[in-house]
Design a protein around this ligand. Structure first.
Ligand code: BUJ
Length: 651
């Protein structure tokens, strides 16, 4: 029965309204928030545009450790001239533009452009992954049971979002407020134009929720020179990939009822049986191509009569990949989640839920539409919901199959498309073979110890990376830590530059002057690095970095067709943006692993977390030996830091 009929029936059997409401929530939503999902959007603060002098100052502070004195003087001159001349003009224009576009942020469009104009393949270069912990109840981890439960929870998330039942993301400085009914009821009554201020009064900070609109029913469409984002909220079907074959079936009815979980289970079992071998020309490889090549082949696909099928892929609620792989360890798991065999992923989909043969689950997501915060929230909710309120139990038998519900998409492929698929397959294989993935664990300390030492755990990890790189390469190298600016309307991310004069001095002392400094002096250096890193982190989260500001100025200059300002041609600017250490962290009880590829051929992608009692990271790189050496040196650096923190001199 539909929601009305179902509720009516429950009434006739004598259930109270509150029980009916609970039952309804359980069946169709992850929860029903008191505060509507988008309640804060109208009153979110705007991403501040830093003063140009501040950005120049911060830029130079980030450049200083990377340059020798002569190079620095030159870069300083160029930056100061920029600040007084062409930069100032561009900045004024950007301020004007920002004033006229109060509905968004100054970085939103340039950042979409950055992603959508990039021509490199999305796989490895952009799409990250987040893998989930197993269901704590062992028997729920079989492939079909896990897939069914996660699909149902994902659709409940979608329903919650569409009905504004999903709790808004709020960062509570004092988490007690997150439990307060009084607070929520008070906030709910505030008009949306001032609701943000209500939360602010108790030191709670609502986050931007605009990205969630592209979480479902969305796809990136390859186009010549600039891709497009496509969303069709009317889509009610799920896309399922198995052995390179495409299947779709409706998981929602027109009024939002979720297909009965045992029906979903039956469809998945049917698909597993039906897709027994690989197609001769697995179409998915095309989504691993560079974007212009893919755009041209997509056009051919359309012309060859595949429009309906492509439309079904693009508008599907999301993509479920039922993989034929059982990863033996975390390295294999990372390879599987980051790129897999290529034939069983549609990398353009806003996200794909991947379930391996042994029931391990993960999400690979296209990055242009949104950032880690939105995807992590989705992962957290579906993990929690699927483990606490599983839709099916193990060994439950699905109903007799109604195979008609499920459609297998057959494509018309001419010779030219077939050879494009073959070419994509070869390129994909070649690139993936070069990528190394390595896990790292350091078990001697973690967050608890560092907090007792009055140090920022994140700063200590970043400092360890700096010392490591200095030991390995004998110089300071450009580094990047991603930081969300979702506290602002249409905020995306800002860069934290973990390299500073302080980390340079400290690295130098730890590597080159091990016996020159007393333990107290070394300890003091660590303290100073930690304090400075905290400041950079706070500044970035408040939109007071320099990277996005300079990026937006450059974008403006390019879009006006102006000659490129000298600042952006400076080899030091290029070097600062050739990111060798690309890092990102997240923490959640739902997450087992996460990772992403390096952003330059000679760089490393480092997903890390400082856990309560240990430090872990998942690293990727095309230079296998260097990556291995990096992790060997990282262990050395962390041991050194521990020695100093425990009062032992470096030996
Ligand atoms: O900076 C940005 O604008 C977005 C960044 C881009 N980049 C990845 C290149 C830094 N995107 C993100 O930061 C999203 C990344 C999402 C994955 C994060 C992985 C974190 C892994 C944590 C767990 C590691 C535990 C290892 C245990 C052995």
């Amino acid at each position: 029965p539909g929601p009305v009929g179902r509720r009516g029936y429950w009434r006739t059997v004598g259930l109270t309204e509150s029980i009916i409401s609970e039952l309804d929530t359980d069946h169709h939503f992850v929860h029903r928030s008191t505060i509507p999902t988008m309640h804060f959007q109208d009153s979110l603060p705007r991403l501040p545009l830093p003063k140009l002098e501040d950005s120049v100052k911060r830029y130079l502070a980030a450049q200083k450790p990377l340059l020798d004195d002569d190079q620095y003087r030159n870069t300083e001159r160029i930056a100061r001239e920029f600040g007084k001349g062409v930069g100032r003009k561009l900045h004024r224009e950007l301020v004007e533009f920002d004033k006229k576009n109060k509905h968004t942020s100054y970085i939103s469009d340039p950042w979409f452009d950055m992603y959508l104009c990039a021509r490199d393949p999305v796989v490895l270069n952009f799409n990250p992954f987040i893998s989930l912990n197993p269901d704590p109840k062992e028997a729920y981890n079989s492939q079909v049971v896990r897939a069914t439960n996660l699909v149902v929870s994902s659709i409940k998330f979608l329903n919650s979002l569409k009905n504004e039942f999903l709790r808004p993301d709020i960062y509570y400085v004092n988490p007690k407020w997150s439990q307060s009914r009084l607070f929520k009821n008070f906030i709910r009554l505030l008009p949306t134009s001032v609701s943000w201020y209500g939360a602010y009064m108790v030191n709670a900070y609502p986050l931007d929720m605009s990205q969630y609109k592209r979480l479902f029913n969305s796809s990136r469409i390859p186009k010549l020179n600039k891709d497009e984002l496509f969303t069709d909220e009317r889509g009610r079907h799920l896309l399922v990939m198995r052995n390179g074959h495409f299947y779709v079936f409706d998981v929602l009815d027109p009024i939002g009822n979720i297909l009965h979980p045992s029906e979903i289970q039956a469809q998945l079992i049917y698909i597993l049986q039906d897709a027994d071998c690989l197609p001769e020309f697995p179409l998915c490889y095309l989504t691993t191509e560079d974007r212009n090549t893919w755009a041209a082949v997509r056009q051919q696909l359309l012309e060859a009569g595949n429009e309906d099928n492509l439309q079904k892929i693009d508008s599907a609620v999301f993509c479920l990949c039922l993989d034929n792989i059982s990863p033996k360890n975390d390295t294999e798991l990372s390879h599987c989640m980051l790129h897999g065999h290529g034939f069983n992923r549609w990398f353009d989909k806003s996200f794909s839920l991947i379930i391996t043969s042994d029931g391990t689950a993960g999400v690979n997501f296209e990055h242009s539409w949104g950032d880690g915060v939105a995807v992590l929230r989705f992962v957290n909710e579906v993990y929690r919901n699927s483990t606490r309120h599983p839709a099916i139990v193990p060994h439950s038998s699905p109903p007799a199959l109604s195979a008609t519900r499920c459609e297998r998409l057959e494509f018309k492929l001419n010779d030219s498309i077939q050879s494009a698929i073959n070419a994509a397959r070869m390129k994909f294989k070649e690139t993936n073979e070069k990528l190394s993935v390595r896990m790292f664990e350091f078990r001697k300390f973690g967050k608890e110890f560092l907090v007792k030492q009055k140090l920022s755990p994140d700063a200590v990890f970043q400092l360890a990376c700096q010392i490591t790189a200095y030991r390995q390469f004998g110089k300071i190298i450009s580094s990047y830590e991603a930081c969300s600016t979702a506290a602002f309307k249409h905020g995306r991310t800002e860069t934290i530059r973990p390299t500073s004069i302080l980390t340079k001095q400290c690295s130098h002392a730890f590597v080159e002057e091990r016996s020159k400094h007393s333990v107290a002096e070394l300890r003091n250096m660590i303290d100073e690095c930690s304090k400075y890193h905290r400041r950079l982190q706070l500044e970035a989260a408040l939109g007071r970095g320099f990277d996005r500001h300079l990026f937006a100025l450059k974008h403006l200059s390019v879009s006006r067709g102006d000659p490129m300002p000298e600042l952006f041609l400076d080899s030091a600017y290029q070097k600062l943006n050739h990111i060798i250490l690309s890092t990102s962290t997240l923490h959640s009880p739902a997450v087992h692993l996460g990772g992403f590829g390096p952003v330059v051929p000679d760089g490393f992608g480092i997903g890390y977390n400082v856990f309560d009692t240990w430090v872990g990271c998942n690293t990727t790189g095309y230079l296998n030996r260097e990556l291995q050496e990096f992790l060997r040196c990282l262990e050395y650096s962390l041991n050194d830091i521990l020695d100093v923190l425990e009062g032992r001199p470096l030996v």
